[in-house]
Design a protein around this ligand. Structure first.
Ligand code: ZN
Length: 334
């Protein structure tokens, strides 16, 4: 039996993105695959009254079970209300849907938004697949994110050896023919905690830390000029905070030369037509850093609540920081 997201208290991205583009901020899209992550996301969004997108990847569905995740998202809406957020603006979104069937299954089970990622397909095949998903999704007022251009790095099964920036000359044709509601573009962001090789970076002479190459803002501005006001999405936009990486490495971890997207650049992008910024790795790092530190300090602890409590607190702190200081979405869902 199928269920509509509207009955679960979720919303789609249409109005959310229109407000974000007009208001010069971006909505956070945080991935989740476990309870502590979801609690931290909902607490952060509720306290800051920020619209939020809960993202579920194919890998998360496999890890946590698709049915369970769906009910967790339903529970998240009620939890937000309990925390005093009267009208929660929460989207349940499929991240990197790879087939029509996966998207359909999500739409039929309560997702309010799906991504169909045909970016690795030839252009015309990407259009055909995206259009098919859009036609199905729009019958149920579910919004669809598509992708044009290929990101470097690995996220679940989506893998690309090298990055191919989105071609601005293709975006009008693509958006018009597919009818998609938002478009993920490639301007130099990348999935994972190793977004750039040391060779692609320069080194800060003072700290010895890697400085990544800047995002291709010229490509972003060209896309904006072609599609004024059209919602643009950035994937792979974790910043890989150095203090979390240092904490991990100081407590037995090994993440040499992990590097992300500087927050100043994301702040800049959020002011443009970029209205959804995807953050996953930073949550993983915040959780792992807190747990490693805790294990080092309290070797006798073995109750998961003892180490998952600081892990959850650390993720929540990171989410609030992104909302307030990077994306500018605080108070946009009062
Ligand atoms: Zn992605």
């Amino acid at each position: 039996m199928s269920v509509s997201y509207k009955d679960l208290g979720l919303v789609n991205t249409r109005e959310m993105f229109a407000k974000a583009v007009a208001g010069g901020y971006a909505v956070p899209a945080f991935n989740f695959n476990n309870m502590e992550q979801l609690q931290a996301i909902i607490q952060a969004a509720s306290e800051t009254k920020s619209p939020v997108i809960l993202q579920v990847s194919k890998g998360a569905r496999k890890y946590a079970n698709a049915t369970l995740l769906r009910y967790m998202a339903e529970g998240a809406v009620e939890y937000a209300k309990e925390l005093g957020w009267e009208k929660p603006q929460i989207v349940l979104h499929l991240d990197h849907g790879d087939t029509f069937e996966t998207c359909k299954s999500c739409i039929d089970t309560g997702f309010s938004s799906v991504m169909i990622d045909g970016s690795s397909l030839p252009y015309e095949e990407n259009i055909a697949l995206t259009k098919k998903v859009v036609e199905y999704a729009h019958q149920f007022d579910v919004t669809v994110e598509a992708e044009l251009g290929v990101l470097a790095g690995v996220e679940d099964e989506v893998c690309a050896a090298e990055s191919h920036y989105t071609k601005p000359e293709e975006v009008i044709d693509f958006a018009t023919r597919t009818g998609c509601d938002s478009l993920a573009i490639s301007i130099g962001t990348s999935h994972g905690a190793y977004k750039f090789t040391p060779e692609q970076c320069t080194r800060d002479p003072k700290t010895g830390k890697l400085v990544p190459p800047p995002l291709a803002f010229d490509v972003l501005h060209e896309v904006e000029a072609k599609l004024p006001g059209f919602p643009i999405v950035l994937h792979g936009s974790s910043s890989v905070p150095q203090d979390e990486v240092d904490t991990i490495n100081a407590h037995g971890g090994k993440l040499p030369d992990a590097v992300g997207i500087p927050e100043e650049q994301l702040r800049e992008a959020a002011k443009s037509a970029v209205c959804k910024i995807n953050i996953d790795s930073d949550s993983r790092l915040a959780m792992t850093a807190a747990i490693r530190k805790h294990f080092d300090e309290f070797p006798g602890h073995f109750d998961p609540r003892q180490y998952l409590t600081p892990a959850r607190d650390n993720m929540k702190k990171m989410y609030i920081h992104k909302i307030v200081n990077v994306l500018g979405s605080e108070g946009k869902a009062e």
